[in-house]
Design a protein around this ligand. Structure first.
Ligand code: G1P
Length: 292
């Protein structure tokens, strides 16, 4: 029996230390890129890919994320009373967008542990994982590209991008060979390594923050030991899953911004502002006027 991917898990318990002092009180997922908080990009991508159940794995001080997708009664009342129809629409679209379930990751033991925390909310069905820091810009939503492959192969699929040079050491990396017939984008995985040294990286196919996983991953995550950085790594759980099931990497079509990093955040802000329907033209003129 084939199953639809309905649930999307967002590991979002991190302290956002790369973004201090901005993230001392505000969750990094709530920092706005142009006019939306980072988390909203991921949630919209999940919904545009067919998921209708959103699961946040959060930590202390992260309530603003849940509030963002809840109804803001006072705001909506005030906008209605003032006949601010367009703004009311914006506020309502978000609160009516989706229902969110959340669960606390009480101790920050790593990404593998964060995903395992969602086990009971996911249950025995395939599901998506989206790392909110990775903001994607793609004609077909990145997660949708993975789900299309999942629907054909009925096996876990991980998004990748080519990363050349020493930067590869910041990623999980695939050892994999291309599957014929997918424009060189699909890879069958034989191994995965988390944050290898440049010399040891098995390829330049870096894992990025979108996954479609079979529920057997939970059993695998329950049995891994701390890996890179002393953390329970999702990549190590995936390597364990490979013993039982096939797994694929998909070099997605589109662009990824690492919005959890200050420079990546600025790149996302500038490029998405340039493309923004209302702001784009004026912002383009402004950047040109800087004559850098
Ligand atoms: C995590 C994953 C890593 C992946 C990366 C993508 O690492 O562990 O495999 O390549 O996300 O953004 P982190 O960036 O949390 O160190």
């Amino acid at each position: 029996m084939t199953m639809r991917v309905r649930k999307a898990v967002f590991p979002a318990a991190g302290l956002g230390t790369r973004f201090l002092p901005a993230t001392k009180v505000i969750p990094k997922e709530m920092l706005p890129v142009v006019d939306k908080p980072i988390i909203q990009y991921g949630v919209e991508e999940a919904m545009a890919s067919g998921c209708d159940q959103i699961i946040f794995v959060t930590g202390r001080g992260k309530w603003a994320m849940e509030d963002h997708f809840d109804m803001t009664y006072e705001l909506e009342q005030t906008l209605e009373a003032r006949s601010k129809v367009e703004l009311l629409d914006v506020a309502r679209q978000i609160s009516q967008m989706v229902r969110v379930a959340s669960i606390r990751q009480k101790v920050p033991l790593g990404l593998g542990h964060a995903v395992l925390t969602a086990k009971d909310l996911v249950g025995n069905e395939p599901f998506a994982v989206l790392l909110p820091d990775d903001v994607m810009d793609a004609a077909v939503p990145c997660l949708k590209q993975l789900i299309d492959v999942f629907n054909q192969k009925q096996a876990s699929v991980i998004a990748t991008q080519v990363v050349d040079g020493k930067a590869i050491s910041a990623y999980g990396v695939l050892d994999a060979k291309p599957v014929p017939g997918f424009n060189g984008r699909l890879f069958e995985i034989s191994n995965l390594v988390e944050k290898p040294k440049f010399e040891d990286a098995p390829s330049n196919q870096a894992i990025i923050g979108r996954y479609v996983l079979t529920p057997r991953i939970f059993e695998c995550l329950e049995n891994i030991n701390p890996g890179a950085l002393g953390e329970l790594q999702l990549t190590d759980g995936l390597r364990a899953l490979l013993k039982y099931e096939k797994m694929y990497g998909y070099c997605f079509e589109g662009k990824r911004y690492d919005a959890g990093d200050k420079l990546g955040f600025l790149k996302a802000t500038v490029e998405l502002a340039l493309k923004h329907e209302d702001l784009g033209p004026a912002f383009t003129e402004y950047l040109k006027s800087l004559k850098l």
